[in-house]
Design a protein around this ligand. Structure first.
Ligand code: ZN
Length: 513
């Protein structure tokens, strides 16, 4: 049997590349948290230099030579010599390394460096443009990034749409052809549900959540919840950034960030829980496989399923707050004393179309994604010109959510993604929402009394289950294979749709036909 030992020369080289990538990630983390504003340009050069080196090493003749001895370079098929087959981990490892290698091989190194530098710069210009509410300030950089991404798609190759080539980076195997009907199905159920909610006589009052809340106490509460979830502060940190995110340099150093708004209790709380879900995944990867695909997360959709499960299925549920609300009430006694647990539960689940995606409720959130999904396809396929974006954005907001931003900062400039070239990233958020409920329903079936455990503050039973079923496997299985392994089914929107219809039907007392 051929095992990982057989490919030791390869994994040693991959480890070296991973260390370079981890160093680049650390520089990015610093850029988002502590770097002085003046350091931006030099930082962009540092990161792009490292990414260029990592890329060169991955497409090096040494790695090519090693892979060629095990894989047919024409078909990508892994060769089994007679009487000596590969074991499953090695087979998965080779399949995934080949995927990374052949994608990287298609991109010239100078292109990779240029793309990295331009994206890093554009990200900084975007931040200023957003501050100034000025789309035109960002437009030249957006044009550059967009044209580089179209160039990238051309290098990578595709069957139907250049967008597929980009999507594949974040969600391996996903295509527009698959996503369009899936998204149409979700939209077909969510839009009527939203309409019924808006017509409901039930009015949820959430004004209590927008009083003044001491920032240090908010942060302390977020930290306490993270610890209860099983996030390990010996192997992690919590810092502040404009946009909450999670980054990992190794399973022993996984960092999450949050933001604190003095007049919005939910911003810090739910971003801590959300990023904590991401953090648990990265801390739960098998350190023995670090540097190889088996020590890496499987896709962004699956990653997001972890954060959304904790944020929504757990963090916006009654059982969770049965345990944590008395503590929250004690922490903010003055602001919350008049609000009982049930009113609090309703308030954090209030459905209201809003301008900002990251602040959207779990129902309208997906409509924000559909809008971005449609716009970015049109941009990449060349049907939309970048200068027309603000108008198109506002028109779609009106159509999907019935509201229009009053400036570009709360409109087309709100998300960082396009500035760093992440076209094809947004759909993974909705995939994450769908997977999150599909996995959570399975967890409820398999963990005895899961919701009673949660109501007793015992969150780690879920963390352990996720660790065993999902985290530890890295990229051993493809996203679809993993889904079938965990739940017996490929991605299925039905659990999510049933969940929201039931939850919000009850909350807003909607008639069941
Ligand atoms: Zn996330």
């Amino acid at each position: 049997m051929k095992t990982l030992k057989t490919v030791a020369d390869l994994t040693t080289r991959l480890l070296e590349i991973q260390r370079i990538n981890s160093s680049a990630s650390l520089l990015s983390w610093d850029q988002e948290t502590y770097m002085p504003a003046g350091g931006g340009e030099a930082r962009a050069e540092q990161i792009s230099t490292l990414q260029g080196i990592a890329h060169q090493k991955l497409v090096s003749p040494e790695i090519e030579g090693l892979l060629a001895s095990w894989i047919d370079p024409e078909t990508g098929e892994i060769r089994d010599s007679p009487g000596e087959a590969w074991d499953e981990p090695s087979r998965s490892l080779l399949r995934e390394v080949w995927r990374d290698y052949s994608r990287a091989k298609k991109l010239p190194s100078d292109f990779v460096i240029k793309l990295s530098r331009e994206c890093s710069l554009a990200q900084q210009v975007w931040a200023e443009a957003k501050e100034n509410q000025s789309f035109s300030q960002f437009l030249p950089n957006l044009r550059t990034v967009l044209s580089l991404k179209r160039e990238e798609a051309a290098y990578l190759g595709y069957r139907d749409s250049p967008y597929d080539a980009l999507l594949d980076e974040y969600e391996p195997g996903s295509t527009i052809k698959e996503l369009r009907p899936l998204f149409a199905q979700i939209k077909g159920r969510l839009v009527p549900l939203l309409k019924k909610i808006q017509e409901s006589s039930v009015q949820i009052d959430d004004t209590m959540l927008f009083h003044t809340f001491d920032q240090a106490r908010q942060l302390e509460f977020g930290r306490m919840v993270l610890i209860a979830m099983g996030y390990d502060f010996e192997r992690g940190r919590l810092d502040l950034s404009a946009h909450p995110f999670t980054t990992s340099f190794h399973p022993t150093d996984v960092r999450v960030t949050t933001r604190v708004h003095e007049h919005d209790l939910q911003a810090c709380l739910f971003s801590c829980i959300h990023e904590g879900g991401h953090g648990l995944y990265d801390q739960g990867l098998d350190p023995r496989y670090f540097g190889t695909p088996l020590g890496d997360s499987v896709s962004l959709g699956i990653h997001e399923s972890q954060s959304r499960m904790w944020e929504n299925c757990v963090g916006r549920s009654r059982p969770f707050w049965r345990f944590f609300y008395p503590m929250l009430q004690q922490t903010f006694h003055h602001q919350l004393r008049a609000l009982d647990g049930e009113q609090f539960y309703a308030a954090i689940n209030r459905v209201k179309p809003s301008l900002i995606r990251v602040e959207a409720d779990e129902l309208t959130y997906n409509l924000h994604i559909m809008l971005r999904f449609e716009i970015e396809q049109d941009l990449i396929e060349g049907r939309t010109r970048p200068e027309d974006l603000p108008g198109i954005w506002n028109q779609k907001m009106e159509e999907y959510l019935g509201i229009v931003p009053s400036n570009d900062a709360e409109g087309v400039l709100q998300d960082v993604h396009w500035s760093f070239g992440a076209f094809g990233y947004f759909p993974t958020y909705t995939l994450g929402n769908l997977y999150s409920v599909q996995f959570y329903e399975q967890a409820k079936l398999e963990i005895p009394h899961l919701e009673d455990e949660i109501a007793a503050g015992q969150l780690m039973v879920l963390q352990r289950w996720l660790g065993q079923k999902i985290h530890r496997w890295g990229r051993m299985f493809t996203p679809d294979h993993l889904s079938r392994r965990v739940t017996g089914k490929s991605l299925d929107p039905e659990p999510f749709l049933t969940y929201v219809e039931k939850k919000y039907g009850e909350l807003y007392r909607l008639e069941t036909k």
